[in-house]
Write a protein that binds this ligand. Structure first.
Ligand code: NAP
Length: 302
């Protein structure tokens, strides 16, 4: 999802030559294949948007894969980028790598200030290693390797797997299916009370390009909308956009995750960037893309 949005944004800039690979072409866990890619292509800058990602259930079920796959792919890529002379590397962290009880809204200095949220600890630890490794390369070798910390993202190309998706695409799919089947209610996971922030993925791509254009970016910077809402409010908004009129019930037997997760985006604002796409507009665009993909038999659900 993010990689495609970054390509859409970069393709608007004259003179940029995009170099992309699918996993079938280059598995980033394969160190020698990654080295060869950098040797052949010699990029000036790298945006590292590949990762094993997933929602709360996928993280709970597969901590080993979340840690090992992410560590291997990011280590291979960061090292190969440095060795091949790349001067600019933008690594994607995530706001879920901040401590569980970080004061809200979360500021950049909260990183490593307390215990992590247990439901995504393995993913968070791997991401923290990637982000710190970029910082160490910058300190030790003077290359501008830096990171962005996106909040929850959504938009075209998201994953709609019934169990493993993130909360927004998961709700969108379930509410759409409830409408199609004429169900009188839809059940959402957890208590509905946790508060979350969402950013449309094309806004993120725009922010990443903005960060790449700065000569001296911070080592890491939050990228969010600065606005949150409860999961129940999110479900109600999605139901309104989808046109679903049944009841929305909660299922407190499912885990909630962190009680609140909102980023402080004042650092990013001070660097001259702010989000543009409101949540309602973003969900409308996402739902239109969802319907198109469904009709074409191309809905991503893996
Ligand atoms: N989605 C969010 O809400 C969110 C929030 C904060 C941060 N982020 C960060 O943003 C980045 C992109 O996330 P996303 O939502 O765009 O996820 P995504 O849609 O699942 O994209 C990740 C991509 O990485 C590829 N990939 C994973 N391991 C690979 C490997 N070993 N070799 C080659 N390709 C590999 C995947 O390929 P396959 O399709 O073959 O698996 C997939 O295309 C991640 O770093 C994530 O941590 C995402």
């Amino acid at each position: 999802m993010v990689g495609s949005a970054v390509c859409r944004r970069l393709s608007q800039i004259p003179g940029v030559r995009l170099i992309t690979r699918t996993r079938d072409e280059v598995d980033l866990e394969d160190e020698s294949a990654v080295r060869e890619l950098f040797r052949v292509e010699k990029p000036d800058a790298v945006i590292f948007a590949a990762a094993r990602v997933g929602g709360i259930e996928a993280n709970r079920r597969y901590p080993v894969e979340f840690m090992t796959e992410n560590l291997r792919a990011q280590l291979a890529t960061i090292q190969a980028a440095y060795e091949s002379g790349v001067g600019r590397f933008l690594f994607l962290g995530s706001t879920c790598i901040y401590p569980r009880m970080a004061p809200q809204p979360i500021r950049e200095e909260a990183l490593l200030s307390g215990p992590l949220e247990p439901t995504n600890e393995a993913y968070a630890l791997a991401k923290i290693c990637g982000l710190k490794l970029c910082q160490y390369y910058r300190q030790q070798y003077g290359v501008v390797f830096h990171s962005a910390m996106p909040t929850n993202l959504y938009g075209p190309g998201d994953n709609y797997h019934p169990e493993h998706s993130h909360v927004l695409p998961g709700l969108l799919r379930r509410i759409h299916e409830a409408k199609e089947s004429g169900a009188d209610h839809v059940t959402i996971w957890g208590s509905g009370t946790p508060r979350r922030e969402f950013l449309y993925v094309d806004d993120l791509a725009d922010a990443l390009v903005h960060l790449l254009e700065l000569d001296d970016p911070p080592d890491w910077v939050n990228v969010g909308s600065g606005v949150d809402l409860s999961i129940l409010e999110l479900a109600e908004l999605i139901a309104e956009i989808v046109g679903y009129r049944g009841a929305i019930r909660t299922d407190p037997s499912r885990p909630d995750g962190m009680p609140r997760k909102l980023t402080d985006i004042s650092l990013l604002r001070s660097l001259g960037w702010q989000p543009r796409i409101e949540l309602e507009e973003g969900i409308r665009r996402t739902y239109a893309d969802f319907q198109r993909s469904l009709q074409a038999g191309l809905l991503r659900s893996a």
